[in-house]
Design a protein around this ligand. Sequence first.
Ligand SMILES: O=P(O)(O)OC[C@H]1O[C@H](O[C@H]2O[C@H](CO)[C@@H](O)[C@H](O)[C@H]2O)[C@H](O)[C@@H](O)[C@@H]1O
Length: 382
Amino acid sequence: MDLKTSNSPVIADPLPKLALPSAVMTYTTPTSFPSTGLYLNTPKKKPLPGKIEEVRAAGWLDLMLASSPPRKRQTKDFANDVQADELDLLYRNWVVNHPSALTSFEDIVNLARGKRLALFLDYDGTLSPIVDNPENAVMSDEMRSAVKHVASLFPTAIISGRSRDKVFDFVKLTELYYAGSHGMDIMGPVRKSDSSGQHVECIRSTDSEGKEVNLFQPASEFLPMISEVYKKLSESIKDIDGARMEDNKFCVSVHYRNVAPHDYGEVHQRVTAVLKNYPCLRLTHGRKVLEVRPVIDWNKGKAVEFLLESLGLCGKEDVLPIYVGDDKTDEDAFKVLKANSIGFGILVSSVPKDTDAFYSVRDPAEVMEFLKKLASWKEEST
Ligand SMILES: O=P(O)(O)OC[C@H]1O[C@H](O[C@H]2O[C@H](CO)[C@@H](O)[C@H](O)[C@H]2O)[C@H](O)[C@@H](O)[C@@H]1O
């Protein structure tokens, strides 16, 4: 297959060998902040919005209202049906540019032939369906065995916004690599090259099975600050019906999925009011969730690069990394694969979205089908 046809991601020059983490050390460290060396140069903050209208003006309220695709229609209603037909049409147009990884499976196989695949999987909305209570986002046994199966064939990692321990409790597979807190807590393999001092910032540790692993936690100096902010935010939002906090170790989630839309502005206002005293924390936005995290130049994309490097798969022409994810934070990983033309992303979405992923699937059920197909193909071809 011609890799440069417009219907396939262009897999060209491999990623130049990364010198992680020193590649991200060029940022200046404000003296009053912890000295992790990975700070982002953020623009000066705008004044905090004081009223709900100002929250809207800042664009956050619209983002909060639009976050996460609408639920399936419950009623038979003409206006709803027209809107749904329009959405279907938009989706059909969008999928032309982001073809289904299932219907384009042959193209993917053609790209993968003769290459070593590396799989990176997001958790929520990718391996488990989105549910109202984050504690209930369990993975089905069928999905677990599909992931276990691919992990026996390709190096596979889960990269989640949740804390690493929590995502492991859901997945329960020791054969995977895990990156929690949006990549700020990575448990990866120990490389022979580590003895030459390549990953100076890693801590040698052992996993639950006693296997030697490398721990990489670029935001460890923020831990006391994050737990302080967690307490303050919990106190601040406790009277907002449906608002819920989640401690993700190196970041904090403020969930508003179960909050009435007229209170969204209030949630945002309370969060920004607490954060104004923490200039080295920043706010990002996911699916009905506001996320507080350290201002360091580290994200899921950097975690993918780091893991590829740790696995000895970086800069190799015969390696094809695939990243599957559903959320904004996964875009950092899609971007890395696209920018370096080394692999491609698969966006999990049933509605059109602006994305750097090349392929798409509609939901976790399709993710599972894709993983099963990949495993069968690999087994048949060997
Ligand atoms: O990177 P991920 O593994 O996708 O984690 C991102 C966030 O996922 C979880 O929240 C989302 O899923 C919940 C359960 O389905 C849902 O209730 C919530 O509205 C979604 O935003 C998780 O709870 C967060 O901590 C993660 O940051």
